[in-house]
Design a protein around this ligand. Structure first.
Ligand code: PXG
Length: 465
């Protein structure tokens, strides 16, 4: 880019890739491998489609990264950002000051949240939201005169972000292996993943058992040491793992029994993804704290935060004194203005009801048909997120050797066919924009089917089936 212009000039794909490899350290990336291949350069987007620097049109079945709930190119969000950048691009909320967009967004979120949530703490991302959860949960128990209650229980294969606290709350072994994680005061239990279990119990009995692991962990640690339990209503990055219906109500009973705080990480599940404003409403539990990000602003601009329920809010407000925590961008006015426009649009388009009653069930029916494919051993879905588990043998549900990276085989076909679908191990994931039409669901599923067929052919040719 010439230093005299704010416009980013067009370069060839090769030029972009070379500069990218020279200077840009991407998140969760093997740098040497990426430099060898060259990054795919995404240049523009509209509705549910992306275009790369070679002019290829791609159907984005992952909503950016589980976030572009209203799809790309929504003028209302662009206008809100432009207006706010002109009026007041930034001011902080630290020193007894506030800004209209932040106030109005807090008010709107309190209106949309489940009953009992009247307060919001803003952050710049989901990870910072979960760092805030750790600070707030521990502060809460301090204020209760129980400072020894400092252990937060998360789940193996849960994902709560990539800061020190976020990565610690999460249960990703590869992340823990780098940098001495988890930090002290965090414990983990198994995930409610029926397919990944020995499948000796039926789904609902397994859900009860997976919840009972929480009680066992509380008893092992000592009930007077446990501060909170955190989980995603439906695990996202872990592979769209929809728990059995018995799971969350059983978790709720255990949390109530021991008086621990229940935290719902709604960074992916929030803002309509599951067919309710919040995933806890779909899965049937009443958290004390909710982490949000992504869909709150449909990813147009970074924003996250924590919705604080009455139990914690009362302690922080009435007894707390100064809460020694916050970020430069807590309540960023431009981010909040975009989020307000986004939430207004979700309401105007009636997207939450549509996901619940129309497009979500329509997607589910289409996926059920794809479930007959010989490579697919399990289909799971919740609203506008779904997983297809690839298996070696459809009848015994035998899985592939992980070393074969069959999910990556399928993902490579998706790339070539113009479909963005995530592979988590051998689970193929979609979480498309909520604005999808029925015709677009058909278009997406035709691509999914084609990529499954191509994968099947390749695996047969390589004699892996
Ligand atoms: N909680 C949950 C449930 C998430 O899914 C975060 C927290 C962290 O948010 P930030 O804004 O700090 O990234 C997330 C993020 C993937 C993938 O590969 C998923 C996320 C992020 C990056 C990759 O599916 N989720």
């Amino acid at each position: 880019m010439s230093p005299h212009t704010a416009q980013i000039e067009k370069r060839s794909t090769r030029d972009w890739q070379a500069a990218d490899a020279r200077h840009f350290l991407h998140p969760f990336t093997d740098y040497r491998q990426l430099a060898g291949r060259g990054a795919r350069i995404i240049e523009r987007a509209d509705n549910i489609y992306l275009w790369d620097s070679e002019g290829h049109k791609i159907l984005d079945a992952m909503s950016g990264l589980w976030c572009v709930n209203v799809g790309y190119g929504q003028q209302a969000l662009i206008d809100a950002a432009t207006r706010q950048l002109r009026e007041l691009p930034f001011y902080n909320a630290f020193f007894q000051t506030s800004t209209p967009p932040a106030i109005e967004l807090a008010e709107t979120l309190a209106e949309l949240a489940p009953e009992g949530f009247e307060h919001v703490f803003f952050t710049g991302s989901g990870s910072e939201g979960n760092d805030t959860i750790v600070r707030m949960v521990r502060r809460f128990w301090d204020l209760q005169g129980q400072p020894q209650r400092d252990i937060i229980i998360g789940r193996i294969n849960g994902y709560h972000g990539s800061t020190m606290a976020g990565a610690s709350l999460g249960g990703m072994a590869a992340m823990h292996a780098q940098g001495g994680l988890p930090i002290p005061g965090i414990a983990h239990i198994g995930q409610p993943h029926w397919f990944g279990s020995d499948r000796s119990l039926d789904r609902e009995a397994f859900g009860e058992q997976a919840a009972a692991w929480l009680e066992a962990k509380i008893l092992a640690l000592g009930p007077d040491r446990v501060a909170a339990f955190i989980g995603e209503p439906v695990q996202g990055a872990g592979g769209v793992i929809v728990p059995p219906a018995s799971y969350w109500p059983a978790i709720q009973r255990i949390a109530d029994k021991y008086g621990i705080l229940l935290v719902s990480d709604e960074v992916i599940c929030g803002f309509g993804r599951t067919g309710q404003w919040f995933g806890c409403q779909t899965l049937g539990f009443r958290p004390d704290l909710i982490t949000f990000a992504k869909g709150v602003s449909s990813g147009y601009i970074p924003l996250g935060g924590v919705l604080v329920g009455a139990r914690v809010a009362r302690a922080l407000i009435d007894q707390g004194g100064e809460f020694e925590h916050g970020f430069t961008y807590s309540g960023h006015p431009t981010a909040c203005a975009v989020a307000l426009a986004n939430l207004r649009l979700i309401r105007e388009l009636d997207l939450v009801r549509k996901v619940r009653e129309d497009i979500g069930p329509y997607l589910a029916r289409g996926l059920a048909a794809i479930g007959a494919h010989p490579l697919v051993g399990e289909v799971q879905h919740c609203g506008m997120m779904a997983a297809l588990q690839l298996v070696r043998d459809k009848h015994t549900l035998a899985t592939f050797d992980p070393a074969l990276a069959v999910g990556m085989v399928c993902r490579a076909h998706c790339f070539r066919e113009g479909l963005i679908m995530r592979a988590v191990g051998d689970r193929m994931i979609v979480a498309p924009p909520l604005v999808m039409t029925r015709e677009q669901v058909d278009e997406m599923l035709a691509l999914v089917r084609r990529c499954l067929d191509l994968s099947w052919n390749e695996l047969q040719e390589r004699q892996l089936l």
